[in-house]
Design a protein around this ligand. Structure first.
Ligand code: GLY
Ligand code: MN
Length: 479
């Protein structure tokens, strides 16, 4: 039989935005930087347990945003003063081709993102030295990987241990300004990642029945993410011990009577993420006690979304969610006294010891590598130092185009309850005897991804079962 001629599988030629998008992004960045060179290294391969066995490659989000290419070992340069862009990278040699397949030349890859000038990596040092000799500022963002730290240190002759001190504040602020506002095409990507999450979560719900091991559900959800294109956007948090906020221990066998938290997301091929949390009763039916706590968290989520509008401080949405939680727990007899006063003093943080949410985009905690303070706060508002609210990653005023998570929760953390009780902390607001009845309850968190629109906000993506009735109905279709 004669085989059809087979088109080679070219490496890393993924569907990207049009070249103009990347050119526009770079030009917008250039306008925000007074002068000099912007140096944006892409990620290198990272060794897993030996050099040739690497983690799944993940491009740096800033490189991906401005230079689009998914290839390891590329470096992007923008000259602010003459408007020229460059990509430094090496063409594949025959050994690379044998092991990894053919790949277009760097110059052809660069054209896909609107860049005309390319050179090999070995020329980068001379290029930067010339700029440094002319005393031109070289702007770079803080590195979060050791490989990048060493690369930048060596290129710029800086102490790797002090590299962060030399990162460019104008560059950080400019990137945050641009990446904070999501264009429609970016929102569409995030919605694709949520569509994958819909499959992951409805499967997880249908599997959450007694006798099943947590790890089986983690495996199924992670597999769905990969089957839709990309790995998960962060290690899946899934546990019947949902009171541990980021629990990556998945050895438990599910038992009737427990709640199971699932906090997970997927990434698209363009590196946009989803971040969703649902909590379900093992076996598929909420007990009265579970339903009562669940409805409070759900109401906090809904009230937080309703308050999410341009011009509003996200800290205010956090406070509204915290007050909803405190009011609900007061109705159940776990809290007492004036709700607003209790939240202002921080008593609610026994149950809700984290923030309402964070920015979401190409990173799950979007741009956190640049420094959270620059992403979530500004000269109008600084982070709180109060326990619980101090973890709020986004406090500043919302603008149309922001995508944020809304993820309130109620947790019964035995160690924290014991500590506060022994200290008689917030006795005027907390009914410790009643709280003891919930000691082994676990935790509940509900998280959606929200777009701030011109006049309000919208929950993004295909709706993932969230109300008690929707969750019970989904779980009834057992897997
Ligand atoms: N979904 C994990 C987090 O927001 O930290
Ligand atoms: Mn989150």
């Amino acid at each position: 039989m004669l085989l059809e001629p087979f088109e080679g599988n070219y490496l890393n030629v993924i569907t990207m935005f049009n070249p103009e998008i990347y050119t526009e992004r770079r030009n917008a960045l250039r306008k925000l930087i007074p002068s000099g060179i912007i140096l944006l290294p892409g990620n290198t391969e990272a060794a897993y347990n030996y050099a040739a066995n690497t983690y799944t490659f993940r491009q740096d989000s800033n490189f991906s945003y401005f230079f689009g290419l998914e290839n390891p070992d590329f470096v992007g340069i923008m000259d602010v003063d003459n408007g020229t862009d460059y990509i430094f990278g090496n063409d594949f040699e025959i050994d690379d081709i044998i092991w990894m397949g053919p790949q277009p030349k760097v110059i052809d890859l660069a054209a896909k993102v609107g860049v005309k000038n390319t050179a090999s990596l070995s020329e980068l040092g001379v290029f930067l030295n010339n700029a440094i000799l002319k005393r031109r500022p070289v702007h770079f963002a803080p590195a979060y990987r050791a490989e990048t730290t060493m690369q930048l240190s060596s290129l710029l002759g800086l102490n790797p241990l002090r590299l962060r001190d030399y990162a460019s504040l104008p560059l950080i602020e400019a990137i945050v300004k641009l990446r904070s506002i999501k264009a429609d095409i970016e929102v569409a990507e995030i919605e694709k990642a949520i569509e994958t999450a819909w499959h992951m979560f409805t499967t997880g719900m249908r599997m959450a029945h007694p006798g099943r091991k947590e790890q089986e559900i983690v495996g199924a959800m992670e597999g769905i993410s990969i089957a839709h294109g990309r790995p998960v956007s962060f290690p899946i948090i899934l546990s019947i011990n949902g009171q541990i906020l980021h629990n990556h221990h998945h050895e438990n066998i599910l038992q009737e009577g427990r709640m199971m938290v699932m906090d997970a997301g997927s990434e698209t091929s363009l590196n946009y993420a989803s971040d969703i949390t649902r909590t379900v009763p093992v076996g598929g039916k909420f007990s009265q006690k579970q339903r009562e706590i669940y409805e409070i968290v759900l109401q906090a989520n809904l009230n937080g979304v309703a308050a999410t509008k341009p011009g509003v401080f996200y800290k205010e949405c956090h406070t509204i969610a915290a007050e909803t939680i405190a009011a609900g727990l007061k109705d159940l007899g776990l809290m007492k006294g004036d709700v607003k006063e209790a939240v202002a003093e921080g008593a609610h943080a026994l149950f809700f010891p984290h923030g309402l949410g964070h920015m979401l985009g190409m990173d799950v905690h979007d741009m956190e590598g640049l420094g959270q303070i620059h992403v979530g706060y500004d000269n109008e508002i600084q982070p709180s130092s109060q326990f619980g609210t101090a973890y709020l990653r986004l406090g500043r005023r919302l603008q149309p185009g922001f995508v944020v998570t809304n993820e309130p929760g109620i947790y019964f953390i035995p160690e924290l309850i014991d500590m506060w009780k022994a200290e008689k902390k917030y006795q005027q607001f907390l009914n410790y005897d009643k709280i003891e009845e919930y000691r082994h309850f676990g935790g509940i968190r509900i998280e959606d991804d929200i777009l701030v629109t011109a006049d309000g906000s919208r929950v993004l993506g295909k709706p993932i079962p969230k109300t008690v009735a929707e969750v019970e109905q989904t779980m009834a279709d057992k897997l």
